[in-house]
Each structure stands twice: as C-alpha cells, then as structure tokens.
Design a protein around this ligand. Sequence first.
Ligand code: BES
Ligand code: MN
Ligand code: ZN
Length: 500
Amino acid sequence: MEISVKTLNLETVKSPCLVVGVNDKRKLTDSAKQIDTLSKGFISKLLRRGDISGDIGDSLILHDVPGIKSERVLLVGCGKTNEITHQNFQTIITNASSTLSNANIKNAVICLADLDSKVLSNSMQIRLSAEALHQNNYRFSELKKEKSPSLVKVTLHFADKKSAAMKKARLAVQIGNAIGLGRNTARDLGNLPGNICTPTYLARQASNYDKSYAKLKTTILNQKEMEKLGMGSLLSVSRGSRTPPKFIVMQYSGGKKADQPYVLVGKGVTFDSGGISIKPGAAMDEMKFDMCGAAGVMGTMVTVNELKLPINVVAIVPSVENMPDGNASKPGDIVTSMSGQTIEVLNTDAEGRLILCDALTYSEKFKPKAVIDVATLTGACVMALGAHPAGLLSNKQKLADQILAAGTESGDRAWQMPLWDDYQDQLKSNFADMANIGGRKAGMITAGCFLARFTKKLNWAHLDIAGVAWLEGAKKGATGRPVPLLTQYLMERCGKQYSL
Ligand code: BES
Ligand code: MN
Ligand code: ZN
C-alpha cells in the first residue's frame, strides 16, 4: 500500500472517498467543517437527524455530497477528541480503514490528522495513521487461494501548509511507512508455519535483506562454528531436531565506524514442542510463533535500514527448533554455556533462555552501548500482564526508563518487573552453577534472573513479548510487536531529529 501526505483542496480533489471525523458531541473536525460549508450544511443536517453519533467505532458512508468533487465522504466517529490516546486513535483509523476495504474502496483521502488531542501532535497523528493503515491492510494470503480486498493508495491530508509543519508531516509519514513495512515483515515471518519457517529459512531471509540494503551485512554461523565458540547451551536445544540450528548476525552501519552499536537479540525458536518436557496438545500450533522475538528484531532492522538511522545496530538471532527425539536433551542433563557457566536443564521447555544466554555472551564482542533481547519467553508473562504491555526487566534503570519512554511515545508499551537478587535463589542447583527453571512463583522474573547471570558486563534489558507477539482466536496472527517500540528507542538515540 502506498501512503503519502499532502495538503489538498477538499473542494476540488477527486477521490473515490474523503474520510473525515465527527466527535461524540456531534461536533465536526476542521476538515469535516470545510465539507459541511462546501455542501451548505449537508453533513450537519445528517448529524441533527441522528444518523451517526460520533462514538469511536461509528461510521457512515455518504454518496454524492453536493459542493465537492469526490464520490463519497466517510464520516468516522472519533469519540471524545480531547481524550485521544495512541490506542483509541489507532482504533479510529482501523475502523475507517476496515469500512473502506469492506466497501471495496481502493483509494482514499484521509483527513484525520486534525484532532485536537492532548497527547498526539498532528504530525504524530500522521505517523500513527500510516502505521495503523499498514497494520489493518496486512493480509497473510501467500498460502491461501482466497484474497480479501484491501486499500491500495491513501493520501493523508495535512492542513498546516507552513513549511516547518509540512516537513514534520513528511517525516511522520516516512517513519509510519518504515515501521509499517518492518512490522509487516515481522508478521509474515511470525505467521509462516514451522515447516516453512525453519532456522534455515530465517537465515535465508536475513541474507536476502542484506541484498536490498547497502548498509547491512549479514553473517550466518552454522552448527560447527557454534560448537567452536562453545555454545553448548544453545546447541543442547537443537539436539532433538532434524533441522539444523542457525546463528544469524545482521550488522547495520549507519553511524561512524567507531560508534559502539546497539544490539538487539531475538529468540528464534521456529517451533517449541517443549522437547522431552513436551507441551500439552491444546493450542500447540501457536508455538510456531516462538520465533516472534527474532521476527521483531529482523523487522526492526528493515525499518532501521529504510530510515537510514545514523547509528550502528546489530541484530543477533539464535535460531533452533525444540523437538523431542532420541538425541534430545533430557531433564537433568547438564550443559556448558559459552560463558563457561554450567546449567542443569530441569525442564527442556525452558529452552528460550538456553539459546539466549549464549547469544548474549556472543554480543559482548561488539562492545555494545546497550543490548536488548526480545523473546516469547514465559507463559507467566501472559498471566501477569495479559496482551497489552511487554514485560521489561533490566540491570540498568536508565536503560529501562528509556525503553519505557519509547513504549509510551510509540504506543507499543512495556511494563517493568523487579530484577532483584532476592529471586536468584530460586535458580539454585545441587549439580550445576544454576538450574534453567525457578519454580512456580514469579516465572517471568526468574527467567530474567537467569539471563542476568550472562549479562553482568552489559547495559542490558529483556523484553518478554509472550503476551503481545500474537493474537489468539478468530484474529489469530502475529502482531509485529515490538517493532514500533524498538524503532522508537533507536530513533531517540539519534537526538531530536525524529521527534514529531
Ligand atoms: N515459548 C514458551 C513460552 C510461552 C508459552 C509463550 C505460552 C507464550 C505462550 C517458553 O519456551 C516456555 O515453554 N516457557 C515455559 C517455562 C517453564 C517451563 C519454566 C513456560 O512459560 O511454561
Ligand atoms: Mn518452551
Ligand atoms: Zn519457547
């Protein structure tokens, strides 16, 4: 889908549909007011009749509105405009977008960046519109005959013609498009089934991006090379699988050569059966989404390359399949990680931390400014926080605060949990330096505590995305989170130039 921003004349523009907003008091937004004036009160008359209330979720298509050249006008409810948040702004755009595609409208002009919100500037409304449109018009139809209609081209109307404002609006649409593309890339990877999206497939995709972007260099380590590096913990997970493990390293050089990079590490378990500690059957198909951390960091690399951010970023994806077979790890097995610390594998289903710990140790070689790992790590995270924020744990409060702020600013939020030493006792083992599980209590935190033992030399944070990476039920599918959060975090490391 092509999305651009322009200042249009609403009287003369010829579009299949103009989209404007009405708030819950039946008050028109500025663009809606203009159309009302041009049509000599056509819209206000409809409002008085009560055809649309203006609540969020409401919409009404009007045909042949007098005084304008466009074929249709879509009125969308915007609720209480002074209480607009990221979440309900996205709902408004999603609602507009679904109404358009259900009516099989392919091209539209959307005039919804004129809400007087306390939290979203008009240029931020442009960015979020682009993001939500890409989000809503995404279809995973590669493997399906039937294709459902979606928008092809959208122009976002931006009324403020002053050059500084317009410059921001253009930047906003550029950011929105880049995040949309990165996020949908992540969703494609997440949605692909385990028999297609294997570690080898992920590695091949990463190498493909390398061809599209001049500043990106991708290297893939195979099993032998991982053995040489002593990644005994990672390799213990892939022992039970017939498909080989891959260790993907994507290096983006947008900054100066000497600039220390930001490192993103993504859990790439392309299917998590649990291994010998096998999972129950219900919803086990969803464990194809256990590489959504990998998808999130790979998608973010696409966005970073599109925006050509002036910093250095490295993405590391340890990728394996967790399966049970005669060669698989058994509960009680002891493995040696790349750091030299030994781990008693009490549950082969706590495999994410076993691959991440070696990837985190590997990341030290880049002397990173910060390392953020992203993983669908624990069911406990889903129990604690549900589907709204990602869980955040960090060994440096300043980094945690930066990530929380990026979450708030982008609308892709995280919530911090305590990474206190008090919890470390739960990982004690009688036979090795640590166990890979910490019992029933505080499962998200003990998983973080495990990783913390491998990041003592790093400025490090961990995002548990088990609750946010995909939707269940009728809307089952990868969400592409946390691409917006990670992008926001990285943009903010470039100074003020990306603030809207
Ligand atoms: N990939 C799962 C976590 C998960 C489960 C995410 C369900 C989303 C939904 C992870 O590898 C896992 O199995 N974790 C175990 C850890 C336990 C054995 C300590 C869990 O959370 O049950
Ligand atoms: Mn598991
Ligand atoms: Zn897993």
